[in-house]
Design a protein. Structure first.
Lengths: 143, 140
């Protein structure tokens, strides 16, 4: 279960964060997140309610997609070094969608006695439409 | 509002977001890597489970027309399984904007501060909720 640790010295500005992909998101995935988060807004699991609100069907919680982005990010920078994580939801994610999460490092700097990196994040669907735009700051260890 | 950071809930949440990081599942690894099992970055979204009827802000928004616009987390100190967090929320901004697809939108920003059992501020969460004038239509 060992994972490769990312050191400040090994990161270059412009470095790409390895992509994490969720293929064919299911209604069950959405319901699992509703249960785990406690967000039972029926728009995310109740077809009748979604249709009454004039949506074609249920759609994923923005924070489920943000969770996928956070997984992609913490796989890269590690969990404990995260200092800031921000997402903006630009489009909905529907059952059957495939979501690719990624990002890149835009800046390396020092602040509060820590070596930090700042970067951009995204999540895109199978049509290439951006569903999340985000950003992060993380502190990394030095060699 | 007080939330107990429970190991089982951390793992349920990590599975829901398809995050297999051993920092949530392997206590020995987590201790070495992070000082203990930490919750996933967006875990405080579970706070509705800990609502005791205090600290919860009733926004009176129409759920059929509500969208989550933005979410931001600022992490000041680590949180571990076994910690107890106390949340205090406030509406930090309200604004109206013309929308592209759904008429006039109302944007409400909520800021929540989380302190641990020692009274130290561990994180801030800022949510921007959008209420559209009519439901957003699916694009094809």
């Amino acid at each position: 279960m060992e994972r490769k640790k990312l050191y400040f010295e090994d990161v270059k500005e412009g470095a790409e964060i390895p992509v994490f992909e969720v293929t064919n998101l299911t209604r069950t995935d959405i319901v699992k997140y509703a249960g785990a988060s406690g967000d039972f807004n029926p728009i995310h699991h109740d077809q009748t309610f979604a249709e009454a609100a004039r949506y074609p069907t249920v759609f994923a919680h923005g924070m489920l997609n943000a969770g996928f982005v956070s997984k992609c990010l913490s796989d890269y920078v590690g969990r404990s070094g995260l200092r800031r994580f921000k997402v903006r939801f630009t489009s909905q994610v529907w059952p059957g969608d495939t979501i690719a999460c990624g990002g890149k490092v835009i800046k390396k700097y020092e602040a509060n006695g820590e070596k930090r990196i700042e970067g951009e994040l995204y999540a895109k669907n199978q049509k290439g439409e951006t569903v999340i735009q985000g950003g992060f700051v993380a502190a990394l260890s030095s060699r | 509002m007080t939330m107990h950071i429970e190991l089982g809930k951390i793992r349920e949440f990590a599975r829901a977001i398809k995050d297999d990081n051993p920092v949530y599942f392997d206590e020995q690894y987590a201790k070495k890597e992070a000082g203990g099992v930490m919750p996933p970055p967006t875990f405080t979204m579970t706070q509705s489970f800990w609502d005791e009827g205090q600290g919860h802000i009733e926004l009176g928004l129409d759920l059929r027309r509500v969208l989550h616009g933005e979410q931001e987390f600022e992490y000041l100190r680590p949180v571990y399984a076994g910690d107890t967090l106390t949340a205090r929320g406030r509406v930090s901004n309200v604004e109206k904007r013309p929308g592209k697809r759904g008429g006039e939108m109302t944007l409400v920003t909520l800021e929540t501060e989380y302190k641990n059992q020692r009274g130290e501020v561990c994180l801030y969460a800022r949510s921007t909720i959008i209420e559209t004038a009519k439901p957003v239509e699916k694009k094809d």
